[in-house]
Design a protein around this ligand. Structure first.
Ligand code: CP3
Length: 322
């Protein structure tokens, strides 16, 4: 997660010359950045370099990435603001991510998987309604409890976009696509059942029907310990588990029908390489013998992470015999 980014000197050097958006939206640059983790760390799968919020700008929501993180300049909190958004055709409006995926697939020539991704409707709606996110999703929840119809209308529109967007990424050659519902962990199970799960089900059902033979699906939710049973009904092939939850326990709870991926705490990467290797080994041992287990972080790599620690992690995983 966020395998290419500011913790890499090579990325910071590029950012001296180009903005984050320029890097996402110029396939030559996005290919170059996507390849950094492959070249520097030799990870097993490449994630296309882009961001979950980029397609929302295409839908008509002005977006900036300043130092404090992403911000929508015109938060979408009422019908008039919603009316300003429009449907997009990802094949023309989001062609840069598609061209980046197909070029990465061509370059990798089957040697490594190329992964696509999108934000899930609830998380995208969180950014659109809040404008900027910090600790929680209070404004979104206020609107959600006051005017659930409005939020459902927004979620439906985002679901249409996301389904089409991920489908186009599958067509471009992604081996798997990951749906990020980072902020849905702020919902109680009953609200998750209403505002997140049905939309996940719709997206994964459509992807399975169209691309089930070629493209895998992954669901990630942060703060999800209380939502495992709901996540297991999403229709995703793989559940990506954040760091506060034991994968062994999730396996006992959900049975064998999914792959499970995770879940080193990204802040553990601030420790020495030896300590990182030990913590990585511990997670691998805990899941030893589980054929559906994939090592991953529990959330995105943080900007000040030392590259040597990430390298210690990758080496530990590569040297492990299951
Ligand atoms: O994993 C990868 O290498 C692929 C790229 C990727 C990015 N964002 C690049 C990025 C992926 C998969 C994402 C997903 C994403 N973006 C999520 C879901 C996963 C998660 O982290 O929960 C969310 C919620 C976002 C929204 C977003 N975009 C945030 C919160 C930020 C700020 C992050 C920060 O560390 O400041 C971004 C910007 C962003 N997206 C950066 C990168 C490399 C940093 C841009 C920069 O300033 O250089």
């Amino acid at each position: 997660m966020r395998q290419a980014g500011r913790y890499m000197k090579e990325y910071r050097d590029l950012k001296e010359k180009y903005t984050f958006k320029e890097m996402c939206e110029t396939p030559e640059l996005a290919v170059e950045v996507s390849l950094l983790p492959h070249q520097l760390l030799d990870i097993d799968a490449l994630i296309v370099f882009n961001d979950i919020l980029i397609p929302l700008e295409r839908m008509g929501a002005p977006l900036t990435y300043a130092d404090g993180g992403p911000r929508f300049l015109e938060p979408v909190r009422d019908q008039a603001a919603f009316e300003k958004l429009h449907d997009i055709d990802p094949r023309t409006d989001s062609s840069s991510i598609l061209n980046t995926i197909s070029e990465l697939v061509r370059l990798m020539d089957g040697e490594k998987a190329v992964l696509g991704f999108a934000g899930a409707p609830f998380t995208l709606a969180s950014y659109l309604v809040e404008g900027k996110l910090g600790q929680g999703v209070e404004t979104l929840k206020k609107v959600m409890f006051e005017n659930p119809k409005f939020i459902h209308q927004l979620l439906e529109s985002l679901t249409r976009m996301t389904t089409d967007y991920l489908s186009a990424q599958a067509e471009a050659g992604a081996s798997a696509v990951q749906l990020f519902d980072t902020w849905a962990g702020h919902l109680a199970p009953a609200e998750y059942e209403e505002f997140a799960l049905p939309y996940h089900q719709e997206i994964f059902k459509a992807l399975k029907e169209k691309h089930g033979d070629t493209t895998g699906t992954i669901l990630y939710v942060r703060d999800s310990a209380h939502l495992i049973s709901q996540m297991s009904r999403s229709g995703a092939d793989t559940l990506s588990i954040e760091w506060r939850t034991s994968i062994r326990q999730v396996r006992q709870q959900v049975g064998d029908q999914f792959s499970l991926q995770g879940n080193l705490d990204p802040t553990a990467l601030f420790a020495s390489p030896a300590e990182v290797a030990q913590r990585t080994q511990q997670i691998l041992e805990e899941n030893r013998g589980d054929p559906g287990y994939i090592f991953n972080l529990g959330h995105g790599i943080l900007p000040k992470t030392p590259v040597e620690s990430v390298r210690a992690l990758v080496d530990t995983v590569k040297n492990f015999s299951p």
